[in-house]
Design a protein around this ligand. Structure first.
Ligand code: SF4
Ligand code: SF4
Length: 300
């Protein structure tokens, strides 16, 4: 199995197309910005059915970018975590074989991804993190030389920092430098379906994340965004596509199912407090009931 510290140095050297300056690796990445808030405000208006009927849906899922949630382990407990790593912690790791299958299907389908991000949870906590990065790097060298491989990390703790510092220079690091202090987050567990603001919304629009972040691959399968896979982990619909979606598949059926539950839809003020609407309270209650039936071996 390929691992970045076991790859032949020649292979790595040949593929160093995009070596980032050290400052790019240490810069703080912020998810909440004024620009994004303004875009979300516009989205809240634009996704209303009367406007969608006239102008069409504003977002199309990306065929160029992918996000892979390789683990739901995390060493932090951010309130409003949009993968439920705080609300429903779990030591669920994506099998390496699932990453291999994704890469093999990408080659068969002739996909040329422009960016693949590894996330979670905290991706560096995956027990086979190095192997997964090695697989992606080999795929880039052999099939997709323009691909950018990005690790999205909270940068917290010695183990995480050791993993990051061992990454080869062609791997891009997006570091939020989180700490135990709560940051501002969108209230992920405030489901639009529990309020009146979006009663006329067309949830099949999704949000800018399907365009900006791309296709989501999670342990539950493929989704129009990785956040939807994290929602499915809790609600247990089991709706993730089992194989790489075709380019014709807009995944509208999944957007209509998951966006009504997702606090990322439309506009909401960021908060440091946990906000949770009734559908999520019931969702987590059901999740914990299932967890106690499944036994503690599956979940940390
Ligand atoms: S660091 Fe990221 S994955 Fe971990 S709890 Fe915070 S938001 Fe969730
Ligand atoms: S599930 Fe959430 S993040 Fe994904 S498209 Fe819908 S609103 Fe956006």
């Amino acid at each position: 199995m390929a691992s970045f510290d076991r790859m032949p140095s020649g292979a790595i050297q040949d593929c160093k197309r995009r070596v980032r300056a050290p400052s790019a690796r240490t810069a703080i990445h912020r998810n909440i910005t004024l620009k994004r808030l303004l875009l979300d405000f516009g989205h809240a208006i634009r996704c209303q059915r009367p406007l969608v009927r006239i102008l069409g849906r504003p977002f199309v899922r990306s065929r160029r970018w992918v996000e892979i949630d390789i683990t739901y382990r995390c060493n932090l407990r951010c309130l409003n975590c949009n993968r439920s790593c705080t609300q429903a912690p779990a030591a669920i790791d994506m099998p390496v074989a699932q990453v291999e299958a994704f890469l093999a299907d990408s080659v068969s389908a002739g996909m040329q991804w422009r960016r693949i991000r590894l996330l979670g949870g905290e991706p560096t906590l995956h027990p086979d993190f190095k192997s997964i990065v090695g697989l992606l790097d080999r795929y880039r060298c052999d099939h997709d030389p323009g691909l950018r491989i990005v690790i999205c990390t909270n940068g917290r703790g010695r183990r995480v920092r050791e993993m990051l510092s061992a990454l080869p220079p062609q791997i891009i690091i997006k570091n939020t430098h989180k700490t135990d202090r709560q940051r501002l987050f969108r209230p992920f567990n405030n489901a639009p379906i529990d309020g009146r603001r979006y009663r006329l919304a067309d949830f099949g629009c999704g949000c800018r994340i399907i365009q900006d972040c791309g296709l989501g691959l999670t342990p539950q399968g493929y989704y129009p965004c990785a956040i939807a896979g994290g929602i499915d982990r809790i609600f247990g619909f089991g709706l993730g596509r089992r194989s790489l979606p075709s380019v014709e598949d807009d995944m509208i059926d999944l957007l209509e199912r998951f966006c009504p539950l997702c606090g990322q839809f439309g506009f909401s003020w960021p908060t440091r407090q946990l906000r949770m609407s009734p559908v999520w309270e019931r969702g987590y209650a059901r999740y914990y009931r299932c967890q106690s039936r499944t036994g503690p071996s599956l979940f940390a």
